[in-house]
Design a protein around this ligand. Structure first.
Ligand SMILES: [Zn+2]
Length: 319
């Protein structure tokens, strides 16, 4: 079985592959995990597996079935998304139930994706239970939810559960580097670190060109290196608004400052801000700034008054 775009979670891949090979893939699968861990990606891979007409290594990605599925217009794949109002209501589930007994149009199997079941109400779950108890042939049901515990025990007992976790850092970096060839390595690495390997969240940060904290960190280090005291103070005062935001910004600053030092000794870095800063101030000044950023990161762990922190931080950065 092929798992294109699905990262890490090797035990899940191994389990599903083995079942697929033996022909024992269950007719009802539940995928749980935090937002961004790949639930929908896996659900879609399984749905392509259901409609792929290749002999081996399904989903092949090239047969007419796979191609239609990849374009989102395969008539044997039905998607109901709990984030859209009414799509997982009792009535909607009854329609799905009836439809499940109709033979596939063209594919070997029909796939029903019930995505984001977090708010699926008990009556709808009970309606669904009936079809899980006596499933029609050639049908695969794939549900996704943040935590399996949000569903009724009766439903959980009739599905095979696969739990997803954030990716290993190395896997995440490799995947995101391929996905975003334009992004520099440092932003990818810090996005992975900040999100602890959550591919979905890291992608969002990269697509946004860095989150607010990351952008602020870049501005602060530039102003500290070659801007005015006043402008730096305006920036560091933005840290006062909330402590966790300040912590994230300081995390980025710690990394950014390490990049500047790397750049100053001629080591390779794709981080443009770091290269810019390193080329304009002395190594001694950079080391000093690096120490003060590390110190500020520690100070944030104490009970410091956040209004005072902005002023203090600005003054030590300019020292
Ligand atoms: Zn195929």
């Amino acid at each position: 079985m092929q798992f294109k775009d699905f990262v890490s979670n090797d035990n899940v891949i191994a389990d599903i592959s083995e079942a697929a090979e033996k022909g024992t893939l269950p007719h009802a699968i539940l995928i749980d995990g935090a937002k961004g861990t790949g639930k929908r990606t896996l659900a879609e891979i399984l749905s392509r597996y259901a409609v792929c007409t290749a002999e081996h290594d399904r989903p092949c990605g090239v047969c007419p079935g796979c191609r239609k599925a990849l374009h989102g217009n395969h008539t044997d794949i039905y998607i109901a998304n709990g984030e859209n109002s009414g799509e997982l209501s009792v009535d909607a589930i009854r329609r799905i139930r009836a439809d499940a007994f109709v033979k596939p149009n063209e594919a070997p199997m029909k796939a029903f994706l019930l995505l984001n079941c977090d708010k699926m109400l008990a009556p709808a779950q009970n309606a669904f239970l009936k079809v899980l108890e006596e499933p029609p042939r050639n049908v695969m049901f794939i549900m996704t939810v943040t935590s399996a515990n949000m569903l009724l025990q009766t439903v959980r007992s009739r599905v095979r559960l696969y739990s997803l976790f954030p990716a290993e850092a190395e896997d995440a970096i490799r995947f995101l580097t391929e996905k975003y060839p334009q992004s520099d390595n440092d932003s990818i690495v810090s996005a992975v670190r900040i999100t602890s390997g959550n591919i979905g969240q890291a992608s969002e940060i990269i697509e946004a060109g860095g989150e607010e904290a990351q952008l602020l960190a870049q501005q602060i280090i530039k102003e500290a290196a070659f801007g005015t005291e006043y402008d730096l103070l305006v920036l560091t005062n933005k840290l006062a608004k909330d402590r966790s935001f300040a912590v994230r910004t300081l995390d980025y600053l710690v990394e950014l400052s390490a990049c500047c030092i790397k750049a100053s000794v001629g080591a390779e870095t794709n981080n443009k801000t770091a290269v810019d800063v390193a080329s304009r101030i002395s190594k001694k000044r950079l080391m000093n700034m690096n120490d003060n950023i590390a110190r500020a990161r520690k100070v944030l762990k104490t009970n410091i008054n956040m209004n005072f922190f902005g002023t203090w931080f600005s003054s030590v950065l300019k020292a």
